[in-house]
Design a protein around this ligand. Structure first.
Ligand code: CP
Length: 329
């Protein structure tokens, strides 16, 4: 198995081969065992990760920072206002300078049609790996943790499973589209049939749908889009109902919230779960807007694996950091 990953950017899992992603899962499983046993695994001693958050975070911030500590290194928790980014310093200067000081740069920047471009610009000038902590297009660490969780539940051979990504109505704020986009692109590569269920105004970026279709075709699996949540849940082994904004239709916040409020019935409750297979698991990347997106009964119920999913962020990201910031060149 190919293991020469030192220095490789992780902007999207789409740019990593399946074999490379398998290596991440192998290492993540091992690091999870080490963590459970209290066995030291200091693969990045004295190394530094710069984390730049343009947007809020609970899981990503804390799993990356805790992960760096556990690997023997240190993470700087940065926001644009702590840096000269807030005074207009460009990506070239930021990346060039931080590359001189440390061993990796991780970025969250979800602004629509800006975030990914900024991360790509950093990558152009960085001498150290760039890790995408979520942008407007991709959330690769999240979906790798999701797939790790699915493999734990169903086994490593995931071919033949049906996964449904369903939109839900969460009117408290407009969320990025990066989670559903990364899900529909990644899962077919691992033999999983994917259904995307959403009202028409919540269509994803056309280029990500085209990539999802191409991945499904190459893997010989199904990828379908429906506009009915119940139809989407039929025969599903895995359901991931979560909200996102109607960003391909409007980037105006008020218009976006009005469209989200138009579909209050798009909620995951126990009746909806009964439409999926009996053994189906409920997943959500969190934060969930309880009682809008999902009822407490479902998210706190026996089919929910949301905390395993959140925990696996730590293990997957430690694997990514160990392989790209340490490992072999
Ligand atoms: N799922 C996720 O990325 O959570 P945070 O926004 O809290 O980092």
């Amino acid at each position: 198995m190919h293991s020469l990953l030192r220095g490789k950017h992780f902007i999207t899992d789409q740019e990593w081969t399946r074999e490379e992603l398998e290596m991440v899962f192998e290492v993540a499983d091992e690091l999870k065992r080490d963590f459970a046993l209290g066995r030291p695994h200091r693969y990045l001693p004295d190394k530094t990760l710069f984390m730049i958050f343009f947007d809020n975070s609970t899981r990503t911030r804390n799993s990356f920072e805790a992960g760096m500590t556990q690997l023997g290194g240190h993470a700087h928790d940065l926001t644009p206002d702590k840096l000269q980014i807030s005074h207009g310093e460009n990506a070239k200067d930021t990346a060039s300078v931080l590359s001189r000081y440390g061993h990796g740069i991780a970025v969250r920047h979800c602004a629509y049609r800006e975030g990914n471009q900024y991360i790509r610009e950093l990558a152009k000038y960085s001498r150290v790996p760039i890790l995408n902590m979520q942008c407007d297009v991709y959330h690769p660490c999240q979906v790798m943790a999701d797939l790790m969780t699915i493999r734990e539940r169903f086994g490593k051979n995931t071919r033949g499973l049906k996964l449904t990504v369903a939109w839900t109505s969460a009117p408290n704020y407009v969320r990025p589209m990066s989670v559903p986009q990364s899900l529909v692109m990644l899962m077919p590569r691992f033999g999983i049939d994917v259904t995307l269920a959403a009202p028409k105004e919540f269509a994803l970026m056309p280029e990500t749908i085209a990539q999802a279709r191409a991945n499904a075709e190459e893997a010989g699996v199904k990828f379908e889009i429906v506009d009915d949540m119940e139809e989407g849940f039929q025969n599903a082994d895995i359901v991931i109902p979560k909200s996102w904004g109607p960003l391909t239709v409007t980037t105006n916040k008020t218009e976006g919230i009005d469209l989200i409020k138009k579909y209050p019935g798009w909620k995951c409750d126990s009746r909806m779960m009964s439409i999926a297979k009996k053994h189906a698991i409920y997943m959500h990347p969190l934060p969930a807007d309880r009682n809008y997106e999902v009822t407490d009964e479902v998210i706190d119920g026996p089919q929910s694996v949301v905390y395993d999913e959140a925990e696996n962020r730590l293990h997957v990201q430690k694997a990514l950091m160990a392989l790209t910031m340490g490992g072999r060149g």
